[in-house]
Ligand binder design. Structure first.
Ligand SMILES: C[S@@+](CC[C@H](N)C(=O)[O-])C[C@H]1O[C@@H](n2cnc3c(N)ncnc32)[C@H](O)[C@@H]1O
Length: 425
């Protein structure tokens, strides 16, 4: 199976990072990996499909394109789907699900279009194999994806199964966990790899770690642990699957893991809610990186730098009323709200609770974190103003449907501040 047309969907804003990553995993030159809106396309082999599923930290799925053509109505879509050799991918004994997305499609009912694709697949398998597969919308063996534009229909077979952000280690979720793929995109944007040019570890600290997504993703990355190590994939149920090739790929990935410098955590995580710290620790254990992360409880407004060497602060801080700042900033708020999940949070009647938190966080960091670089993901475009910081970078990223910015603030070393007579941030 040479030259499969692959499409790897990703969150908007992540395309260029994913294109770099896909080129690294497949060893294809960058010129052969194409970034589109919300995805990347490339021509690659079946082995690459497995490698991308196992190794990609940024893709949502790995889809193989099986047909593309212009269409006017559901009839054309049925014919397009009927022309695909589904019988080389799966048998009628396997269950299927068709998922359809569209952009400016003139069709009245997308459900009906999806139904026609399902009918075409079933009819084709009955003609070729004498039986029709059944549909299972919750745990299908095989997922087919269709995308309709105004006049073009594309059909894909999915090779991932569960979306790739599900790494297989998360059981404890917390209130507003980031998707693992978004945490990986944040890390990609910072350029942090865990190591400097002299192969010395560079500290990374998330002081509002919640369920631990950022530190766990960071530790997996620094140790070169394949993000798909702990999960199964859709391709394992498809007919072209070759278990021996897959086993070899997994073994290769395991032998490329980087040993941890004993007794030297350089990924750090804390949260004001001890319950969340417990969640995060348990998640890290299941991900196999608990030994590499130092977890603590505590208020971000009080926590001192966890490492002697300046590093990177990376977090999605509390926002809005649902995930309001707790701890010191919460106590100073005027109205207490019902504790959510055993954690105290608070809002001012004017909704300004987080303003106080961010002003205090900025003061704390300026005083105690000279030389660190802070990266904050937030939907609040006014965050730099609230911190009285000037960002040195702003990277647009989407947290599901929420448009966010990843702001970078450089906390100047003390020496530089006194030389300049002012904070640069
Ligand atoms: C948006 S959530 C972070 C979610 C996390 N990235 C994840 O993937 O699970 C914000 C976190 O900040 C924590 N938090 C709120 N106020 C805090 C404070 N003053 N100090 C430290 N953590 C705080 C909350 O307990 C919550 O877990």
């Amino acid at each position: 199976m040479q030259h499969l047309h692959l499409f790897l969907p990703c969150a908007a804003g992540v395309e260029s990072y994913l294109a770099d990553e896909a080129s690294r995993i497949t060893h294809l030159p960058a010129s052969q990996v194409h970034a589109h809106r919300a995805g990347v396309s490339l021509e690659a082999t079946w082995r690459d499909v497995m490698a991308l599923n196992l190794q990609s930290r940024l893709a949502q799925r790995v889809l193989v394109r099986l047909a593309v053509d212009r269409y006017r109505d559901e009839h054309d879509i049925y014919h397009l789907a009927h022309g695909v050799a589904w019988e080389i991918w799966f048998t009628p004994r396997q269950t299927i699900k068709v998922e359809l997305t569209s952009q400016h499609s003139p069709l009245k009912s997308l459900n009906f279009a999806a139904l026609r694709i399902k009918d075409a697949i079933c009819d084709r398998l009955r003609d070729k194999r004498g039986e029709r597969p059944s549909v299972d919308t919750t745990r299908p063996d095989v997922r087919v994806f269709a995308h309709l534009t105004q006049d073009e229909a594309t059909l894909y077979i999915d090779t991932s199964g569960e979306p790739l952000f599900k790494r297989g280690w998360r059981v404890d979720k917390g209130d507003a966990p980031l998707k693992e793929t978004l945490a990986a995109a944040m890390l990609a944007a910072t350029g942090w790899t865990g190591w400097d040019d002299h192969h010395e570890p560079v500290p990374l600290y998330d002081p509002c770690c919640g369920s631990g997504t950022v530190p766990i993703e960071a530790a997996l990355m620094a140790l070169n642990v394949a993000p798909g190590k702990h999960r199964r994939f859709g391709f394992e149920k498809l007919l072209p699957f070759q278990p021996h090739v897959w086993q070899a790929l997994r073994q290769q990935a395991e032998s490329a893991e980087r040993p941890w410098p004993a007794g030297q955590p350089f990924v750090f995580a804390s949260d004001v809610a001890f319950r969340m710290v417990d969640f995060a620790r348990r998640n890290a254990e299941r991900a196999g990186v608990a030994h590499a992360i130092e977890f603590r409880g505590g208020d971000a407004l009080q926590r001192m730098p966890p490492a002697s060497r300046p590093g990177v602060l990376l977090l999605n801080p509390p926002y809005g009323e649902r995930i309001a700042a707790a701890g010191l900033a919460g106590q100073s708020a005027q109205v207490r709200v019902r504790p959510a999940q055993g954690r105290e949070s608070a809002v001012h009647p004017d909704g300004q609770e987080n303003t106080a938190f961010f002003a205090e966080l900025a003061t704390h960091w300026k005083k105690h974190y000279p030389g660190w670089t802070a990266w904050l993901l937030t939907p609040d475009l006014k965050l730099p103003g609230k911190m009285r910081f000037k960002e040195s970078r702003r990277v647009p990223l989407w947290n599901g449907p929420i448009e966010c910015r990843l702001f970078r603030f450089d906390l100047l070393p003390l020496r530089q501040r006194s030389d300049d007579g002012a904070d640069a941030t």
